[in-house]
Design a protein around this ligand. Structure first.
Ligand SMILES: Cc1ncc(C[n+]2csc(CCOP(=O)(O)OP(=O)(O)O)c2C)c(N)n1
Length: 284
């Protein structure tokens, strides 16, 4: 974790971490022979802020009763989550060396029975928020002071089950629940607004009874402020953080290109991707 004295140092630490982890995402996709690169690179800054600043967790005791719970509802983002969990110390980094290969604990989607730190096995979209509600309800019954965080994709929000869950969270007054949407404007088939428009997205969440906040999902200061400003777990309104992101963020030939939802890199593209990512590293 960050040993930092000031907000500036914290942001510098997080930016550095995100640069390391973007590199790792590229390297793991090469080991795996391909991966969900676009959505891993759009979500990584959100994961970095959560795992290195916000979540109360104990990597040496992944099932610690008092931990905050994080559910990766967009399970194809495992390419981003697994290196974060390794770096935070949930398991040895070397285990990633056969990522998504035969006999590896890591697939393209996270498995809670194989990967320490994974709260829910996901991959079939549209289910994470419903489970997060069940977990939040159990926390409420126990008068626990931990929170449940759930990261969804915007394309995932095409699933009707997301909106059933949204309705239920408000009905049960789950102020201990925070959804985050990786609003990169793309689903698997192309731009979300062309395939099935989600806008006015914020107003939809508000109409479903949520406190909705929009932030730039690559701006660490804005992400930190959104999470630090969450209402107390005893409050009665769930919060959604709509994080506006760029699919493929950090790699020039992937940014905003829908085809990089899933892809593989030859050695020349890997070199160019790593070169681009390195430019994001903060000075000093
Ligand atoms: C129920 C279900 N249907 C289809 C898929 C295939 N699928 C994998 S990723 C994806 C697109 C999801 O888009 P989005 O949530 O925006 O992901 P991101 O752009 O953040 O990668 C789809 C349809 C799936 N995993 N689960």
């Amino acid at each position: 974790m960050a040993k930092v004295a000031t907000r500036e140092e914290l942001i510098h630490f997080l930016q550095n971490k995100a640069t390391d982890l973007r590199r790792k995402i590229i390297e793991l996709s090469v080991i795996a022979g391909g991966g969900h690169l676009g959505g891993a690179l759009s979500a990584i800054d959100i994961l970095v802020v959560l795992y290195y600043h916000v979540l109360r967790i104990d990597p040496k005791n992944p099932r610690w009763e008092e931990r905050d719970r994080f559910i990766l509802s967009k399970g194809h983002g495992a390419l981003a989550l697994c290196p974060v969990l390794a770096d935070r110390g949930f398991f040895p980094e070397e285990l990633l060396s056969n990522f998504n290969r035969l006999d590896s604990p890591f697939g393209m989607h996270p498995d809670r029975n194989k990967v320490p730190g994974v709260e829910m096995s996901t991959g079939s979209l549209g289910h994470g928020l419903g489970v997060a509600i069940g977990v939040a309800l159990s926390g409420r019954l126990d008068r626990a002071n931990w929170r449940v965080y759930c990261l969804l994709g915007d394309g995932e929000c095409h699933e009707g089950s997301v909106w059933e869950a949204a309705m239920a969270a408000a009905h049960y007054k789950l102020g201990n629940l925070c959804a985050i949407v990786d609003r990169n404007m793309f689903c698997i088939d192309g731009p979300t607004e062309k395939i099935m428009a989600l806008e006015p997205f914020k107003r939809k969440w508000e109409a479903f009874g949520w406190n909705a906040i929009e932030v730039d999902g690559h701006d660490f200061a804005q992400l930190i402020e959104a999470f630090e400003g969450l209402p107390p777990v005893t409050s009665t309104v769930p919060t959604v953080v709509i994080a506006k992101t760029v699919k493929g963020k950090g790699v020039s030939f992937m940014e905003g290109v829908g085809a990089w939802h899933y892809g593989g890199l030859d050695s020349e593209k890997e070199r160019r991707a790593l070169e681009d990512i390195e430019k994001m590293r903060p000075k000093g």
